[in-house]
Design a protein around this ligand. Sequence first.
Ligand SMILES: Cc1cc2nc3c(=O)[nH]c(=O)nc-3n(C[C@H](O)[C@H](O)[C@H](O)COP(=O)(O)OP(=O)(O)OC[C@H]3O[C@@H](n4cnc5c(N)ncnc54)[C@H](O)[C@@H]3O)c2cc1C
Length: 326
Amino acid sequence: MDKEITIIVVVEHDQSGIKPVTYELLNAAKKLAGSGKIIALYFTDTEEADELALTHYGADEVRVCIHPDYHQYIHETYEAGLLSEIEKAQPDILLMPASNSGKELSAAIATRLEVALATDCIDLQLSEDGEVTIKRPVFAGKAYSLCKLSGPKPYLITLRPNIFRGEGADETRTGEIVKEKISLPDFLNPGLVREVGAELDVTEARIIVSGGLGMQGPENFKLLEDLAEVLGAAVAASRPVVDNGWQEYSHQVGQTGRTVSPDLYIACGISGAVQHLAGMSSSRCIVAINSDPNAAIFSVADYGIVGDALEIVPLLTQEFKRILEG
Ligand SMILES: Cc1cc2nc3c(=O)[nH]c(=O)nc-3n(C[C@H](O)[C@H](O)[C@H](O)COP(=O)(O)OP(=O)(O)OC[C@H]3O[C@@H](n4cnc5c(N)ncnc54)[C@H](O)[C@@H]3O)c2cc1C
């Protein structure tokens, strides 16, 4: 390659700090960058941002862009800030998580700049002659698509969370930190401000406890919340559970919901329809609890428990609590 590449990683964070998915983006960036440059772009409202960890995970430069409107993700403010930083840094590649905000922001930037966008990628390669190839699941996870990106740069790529786990932080590593108070246009009508709760985002959770219609009613999701609390897990659901109003749409896993790849997915009273499997079959370990021994979910499960989820889930909660507290 005649030119070293520059990769921008957009830092995702909330009130509790930098989200782990950001470190996964840095791992992926390291894989691509070679001797090129990795810039972590951190939009925040505070000068006390915890940016040092970003250098430990591979950022050569951290640009901390400070503005009061960056107290949380708002589409318009992030888009304005990102467009201006792209103009300055002229990156070859921009990495964002395939999270709600990453999906929204990448689509907006790709449209504005009329550049290529590859979403929900699970692998990336950079060839000797500078061509970027991505791998992403298609047809509800039944096949993979390998695409070579072309056209004007930067190439925008969103990465599926929980895939690009690396060796962890290297605290001896250093990088340049640039902090700047930036100005933004006055947004008369900034878009949706998302409620930020204490709940774990299902797309990023390492453990998910998920419920289907077999949970029999919304009141029984308390059993799943209890188990999730003990395991530090997020609670998810199948589509009919969401359609019935037992859980919010943000918890839905499947073809028309979230795609997740946790270490452990515990499916409780879920039949295992293809549209549900499309969102969770790449989980590292699947445990299914179902009263029907012929339920399709058992065909993808690593461990299956045939029985009544309403009886089994509290037993699991009790047992995990005993083991984890012990
Ligand atoms: C275009 C399209 C998109 C879709 N997108 C999605 C999607 O994103 N996500 C999704 O989930 N679905 C999606 N669906 C719906 C999907 O086809 C299934 O209808 C849905 O996944 C079934 O949900 P379920 O497993 O909770 O319910 P059911 O199919 O009714 O299964 C309930 C299961 O619980 C078991 N059960 C009953 N009682 C108990 C008990 N006491 N203890 C243990 N087990 C028990 C039963 O044996 C059964 O297997 C989509 C469908 C279409 C057509």
